[in-house]
Design a protein around this ligand. Structure first.
Ligand SMILES: Cc1cc2nc3c(=O)[nH]c(=O)nc-3n(C[C@H](O)[C@H](O)[C@H](O)COP(=O)(O)OP(=O)(O)OC[C@H]3O[C@@H](n4cnc5c(N)ncnc54)[C@H](O)[C@@H]3O)c2cc1C
Length: 474
């Protein structure tokens, strides 16, 4: 252990509280908690704490205060902006909620799921399914991300178009505050106007205002029926108009509208070393899925009608309809493999852009012109959820270039010009991933003074000693 880190004595009370498996100090065990998902930052921690109950979380916060430690809440450590990575030199203990995974209740009449914040997202989905219900939060990392992290980052995902983001799905929350007290608001109430909606303060706060320990999520009836299509887009197909037409023609039954550029599809083909069987048109491709809970809705007919309307306008040149669950999964596998395809090609520099949906076409045209002018030889991989105006605007690291050095170079110049374009259209530079440790300078650079003052005031009033995730966001 480095000299600057505390000796065993400082950690002894935590061991007494959490038991031997509750405090990890061996670097062989703590390594996976201290390295960020994108391998851009090597963090450092005296110990990883693994509480099993809300009471243990409260007690460990008290101990950390007494011993002068900072705390970094961590879920699945799948975040992309270093928000869950303890900073070297800050004496930050990682608080992993991986042992707090209890499904507390599923209520089929209230359409709610109450569970511990350490629950893996996929397990929460399964718990809902077991009762004929549906939790629409769904992301590529759902097998390893945890609900606390999903709320900490206000995760979006694949079904935002119809159901909204994590923030829109929360009815109740339980949070251990920086002074160790418990804010318990695990209500299943839909209508609740009792003062400020305090739970929203902790959603998207990236662990800087407290440790979320429990959550009540909204559920929907299980979506037993699906109709899925892969669309090949014509050159210049207008994405905003297409998405609006799909909503109208399907009576808002579309849960997914994923844009996939030809180059992103190409990365998947390269990685697999074989054709995917799916093609992109000159304007790219869209994975479109409609879902319904009732068998009485002729979903295939609705989809066909929608495709005809898109083709009549010349926006879609061809479409493949999934004829079986296997084929549907094959469509999805292509979409979900894009991040791996980027890794296989040498990695990518990610720009997590959002613009109002109506400005997507303008943004894409300006972005392409900027890239052609500044980095004509760099491959672009653009894909995204569209429903939330969110695009992954990723630059593939050129062969032979060091990924980290290339990332730093892009972030120092090109990225700023791209963000400026997004901001001009009323958009932003962090749509999904938050600010974390990697985008703090952007928050400072692009926020007006009133916003920064409010952020500082909220942080100071809840966490005056800066114990919670210092260095992230604020
Ligand atoms: C393949 C892949 C696909 C992805 N797709 C998407 C996507 O479609 N949409 C999307 O939004 N993101 C996506 N992500 C990013 C990431 O999965 C999400 O940000 C996710 O919500 C993070 O959850 P986590 O449990 O891993 O959180 P972590 O990475 O552990 O933490 C993220 C932040 O939340 C805080 N936090 C964690 N737990 C708590 C808690 N209990 N209380 C308070 N704060 C807490 C942390 O301190 C940190 O600031 C993807 C990532 C990968 C690797």
């Amino acid at each position: 252990m480095p000299e600057s880190l505390p000796d065993r004595d400082a950690l002894a009370p935590f061991e007494a509280l959490l038991g031997s498996g509750g405090v990890l100090t061996d670097p062989a065990l703590t390594g996976r908690y201290t390295r960020d998902q994108r391998d851009l930052m090597q963090g450092e921690t005296p110990a990883v704490l693994r509480p099993r109950s809300v009471e243990e979380v409260q007690a460990l916060v008290g101990l950390a205060r007494a011993q002068g430690f900072g705390l970094v809440p961590q879920g699945g450590n799948t975040g992309y902006v270093g928000g869950a990575t303890p900073e070297p030199g800050r004496r930050q203990l990682v608080v992993s909620l991986e042992r707090m995974t209890r499904i507390r209740a599923v209520d089929p009449l209230n359409f709610t799921l109450s569970c511990d914040a350490g629950t893996i997202l996929a397990d929460a989905q399964k718990a809902a399914e077991a009762d004929g219900l549906f939790l629409p939060l769904s992301l590529g990392s759902e097998g390893s991300c945890r609900l606390g992290g999903n709320l900490g980052t206000n995760a979006g995902g694949l079904q935002v178009l119809r159901y909204g983001m994590a923030r829109d799905l929360v009815l109740g929350l339980e949070v251990v505050l920086p002074d160790g007290t418990l804010f318990s608001d695990m209500r299943t109430l839909r209508k609740n106007n009792i003062g400020y909606d305090l739970k929203q303060l902790f959603i998207g706060a990236e662990g800087t205002l407290g440790i979320i320990t429990g959550v009540v999520l909204k559920l929907w009836p299980a979506q037993g029926q699906r109709a899925t299509a892969w669309l090949e887009l014509a050159a210049g197909a207008p994405i905003p108009e297409m998405a609006a037409l799909v909503r109208r023609e399907t009576s808002d039954l579309a849960s997914t509208f994923e844009l996939i550029s030809a180059s992103s599809l190409g990365l998947v083909t390269e990685m697999r070393g074989a054709e995917t069987g799916l093609k992109a048109g000159p304007g790219g491709a869209v994975l479109l899925e409609l879902t319904a809970s009732s068998d009485r809705i002729p979903l295939d007919d609705v989809l066909m009608g929608c495709l005809e309307a898109l083709m009549e306008r010349g926006w879609v040149v061809d479409a493949v309809l999934a004829q079986s669950e296997t084929q549907r999964r094959a469509f999805w596998a292509v979409r979900e493999t894009i991040p791996e395809g980027e890794k296989h090609a040498g990695g990518s520099v990610k720009h997590d852009i959002a613009v109002p949906i109506s400005r997507l076409t303008d943004f894409l045209a300006r972005g392409a012109a900027l890239l052609a002018e500044r980095l004509p030889d760099v491959r672009l991989s653009v894909y995204g959820h569209v429903g939330d105006g969110n695009l992954h605007y990723n630059l593939v690291v050129p062969a032979g270039r060091d990924r980290v050095a290339f990332t730093r170079e892009i972030e120092a110049s090109f990225a700023h010009d791209l963000y400026t374009i997004a901001l001009e259209y009323g958009g932003g530079y962090s749509a999904e991933y938050g600010i974390g440790r990697f985008k703090r300078d952007l928050l400072e650079r692009y926020s007006d003074p009133a916003r920064l003052r409010l952020i500082a005031a909220v942080k100071h009033s809840l966490d005056p000693d800066g114990i919670m995730n210092a260095g992230a966001l604020v």
